[in-house]
Design a protein around this ligand. Structure first.
Ligand code: SF4
Length: 322
């Protein structure tokens, strides 16, 4: 492993001025450092910063250092936002969830095998300008939406998909002060610069994620389809949040994971739902446009059909036929 300086602090301002790579649970960063993919000169251990609370006043604010297990067990999340709890519980074995944090979950990097293998020369995300081994290589798990000629990797976070369905925002702090960005704009599509993965400026740190209050009760849930039931990333996932009042769908949020280079909102599916009364025919009609715009690669064309079926199944599970 590349030699690095290690510093630990309990003071947020001190951490922001330390000028290094932030380390919280370390479940992804340490793995990447061991593999030689990441080689920071300085690591700043932020696990002691006061960013651990979960508070709610209408919506919910989750500190960046809350662990995945703590968030998934929190009554306010389980009762009010099951889509979050289900996404977190599907996001790795308990050993990981007990130490991995909410902020770190958003910052985790792609599981593209070519990215994580430094013996592979072509990877624009790891070595800008080197090419993309996945475009003509094994790409069964890669994206079909939001891809570019430079990169076709999926973002691996289940939590980010669920947060997108709830219109969450990400609170940041940095050398130039605090700011908030919508989760929709936090993770970046690859374009011609796949090494730029998020909206963080140099030295910035995620301090919390915030779910806004919703005018009415939400039915929400997360469906994850994967090759095995444990410790596997999504082939396809669907996060759905519906507000149904008086037998009519008032709002619908539908976001897909495992298929996009970022969590992939499905606005046409949402449009087909809003103002309608739940029925089996409605779920199928809405889901049939879920894969619009998809550009499958050689090995992952199956994801388009799997996406439609997953969206329909999750809509039916939450909406019923009332
Ligand atoms: Fe690298 Fe992206 Fe290509 Fe994977 S898909 S090899 S991460 S450039």
């Amino acid at each position: 492993m590349h030699p690095f300086a290690y510093t630990r602090t309990r003071d947020t301002r001190e951490a922001l001025g330390a000028g290094g790579r932030y380390l919280a649970g370390g479940t992804d960063l340490v793995t990447l450092m061991r593999a030689g993919v990441e080689h920071p000169d300085t690591v700043v251990d932020i696990a002691g910063l006061p960013l651990r609370g979960i508070t709610g006043h209408g919506g919910l604010r989750i500190g960046a250092l809350v662990t995945m297990a703590e968030a998934a067990a929190h009554p306010g999340i389980r009762d009010g936002y099951p889509v979050i709890a289900q996404a977190l519980e599907s996001g790795g074995p308990p050993q990981i969830r007990n130490v991995a944090t909410v902020g770190g979950n958003l910052m985790q990097r792609t599981r593209c095998a070519y990215f994580r293998d430094v013996t592979v020369g072509e990877c624009n995300k790891r070595a800008p300008g080197s090419g993309c081994a996945a475009v003509h290589g094994r790409n069964r798990g890669h994206a079909i939406l939001g891809t570019s000629a430079s990169c076709v990797a999926t973002h691996p976070s289940d939590l980010a998909v669920a947060l997108t369905a709830l219109d969450a925002s990400v609170h940041l702090d940095g050398p130039d002060g605090a700011r908030t960005v919508p989760i929709d704009g936090f993770l970046l599509r690859p374009g011609s610069t796949p090494d730029r993965e998020h909206a963080l400026r140099p030295g910035e740190l995620i301090t919390a994620v915030e779910i806004p209050a919703h005018p009415g009760p939400l039915r929400s849930g997360y469906l994850k389809v994967r090759d095995r039931q444990s410790a596997a990333f999504a082939l396809v996932s669907a996060a759905v949040a519906l507000h149904i009042q008086g037998g009519v769908i008032r709002t619908a949020k539908v976001v897909a994971g495992g298929v996009g280079t970022v969590p992939w909102r499905l606005p046409e599916v949402e449009r087909r739902l809003v103002g309608e009364r739940p029925s089996p025919g409605l779920w199928a009609r809405a889901a049939e446009v879920a894969a619009e715009g998809a550009r499958p690669l050689r090995h992952n064309a199956f994801k388009a059909e799997l996406l439609k079926r997953s969206v329909e199944r999750q809509l039916r599970a939450l909406g019923g036929t009332e």
